[in-house]
Design a protein around this ligand. Structure first.
Ligand code: FE2
Ligand code: FE2
Length: 279
């Protein structure tokens, strides 16, 4: 007989555990704040800044679209692996958050330029793996929830910090507020699973995560640099220049992601030190 998935001690007292208990007790999640898209004034910005903002928000819309399926798949993996309900609920909520994010980002992109296209079936499938394999679930939770969402929080927070446009700010506020929960889901899942990894499983995950870590800098090496005279407009719309983006990625890797992965016994700091130089 299969018993209900147990609540893991490691989750109790965490923000994720407290949020779960509040929901079970009938408290509603905070309603999403309306984003004042209708008040956006494209005429206030240069064409060059609008083109960069379009690229930023169309790229986000694409990523958010793929994340809908990713978290839906993770919630299947968590369900079949009989993970605590705290984690499963957080994954299903993340999928619904990403659905809103995809629409919001596409809307913002369409205000700055042409309406963007979403991800194709093949592109969505790239981040999916076998939901019935526990080891594949472990890797996806580490790679996409813990690492990618922590990186997303850092980058989107930097975009929000510079954005003065009210619509861009409202959008970025909403994204950051939700992505924080998605990142926590990844790290708390890892804390729940880590004691059960065999040496061989831990080593395979360490090797895979070292590869992820080594490739991250190159992936985010180039920001969006505004043409001379358009810098302030681009900043106002939340666009990150290359120098700022590199600094943010370096900081979040050293201050949050690498310590988190090292604490799981992966020694990813060493892989980061040995990463190839980007050019
Ligand atoms: Fe998102
Ligand atoms: Fe997310």
């Amino acid at each position: 007989m299969n018993h209900a998935p147990a609540s893991a001690a490691v989750l109790r007292g965490t923000p994720l555990g407290r949020r779960h208990r509040r929901e079970l007790a009938g408290a509603r999640r905070r309603a999403p704040v309306a984003i004042p898209f209708a008040s956006f004034r494209a005429a206030d910005y240069s064409a060059s800044a609008l083109a960069l903002a379009h690229e930023l928000y169309a790229g986000l819309a694409f990523g958010e679209h793929t994340a809908i399926a990713l978290f839906a798949q993770l919630s299947i993996g968590l369900t079949v692996s009989r993970a605590p309900f705290e984690l499963t609920l957080a994954a299903t909520q993340a999928s619904s958050d990403e659905t809103r994010h995809a629409e919001y980002c596409a809307e913002m992109a369409a205000l700055c330029g042409p309406r963007p296209s979403f991800a194709s079936a093949e592109e969505i499938a790239k981040s999916l793996s076998d939901p019935f394999s526990l080891e594949a679930l472990d890797l996806s939770m580490l790679k996409y929830a813990a690492v990618s969402e922590t990186l997303a929080v850092a980058l989107l927070s930097a975009c929000r910090k510079r954005a003065t446009d009210p619509v861009a700010r409202a959008l970025l506020n909403t994204l950051v507020a939700d992505e924080v929960h998605h990142a926590r889901l990844g790290w708390y899942y890892a804390a729940y699973r880590a004691p059960n990894w065999s040496l061989a499983e831990r080593q395979r995950l360490a090797d895979a995560m070292a590869e992820v870590v080594v490739g991250l800098e190159a992936e985010f090496y180039w920001g969006r640099d505004a043409a001379p005279g358009s810098e302030l407009d681009a900043r106002a719309l939340g666009v990150l220049d290359t120098e700022t983006q590199r600094r943010i990625v370096g900081e979040v890797m050293v201050q949050e992601i690498l310590p988190g992965l090292d604490a799981l016994g992966f020694n990813c700091s060493r892989a980061w030190e040995l990463r190839p130089e980007c050019a």
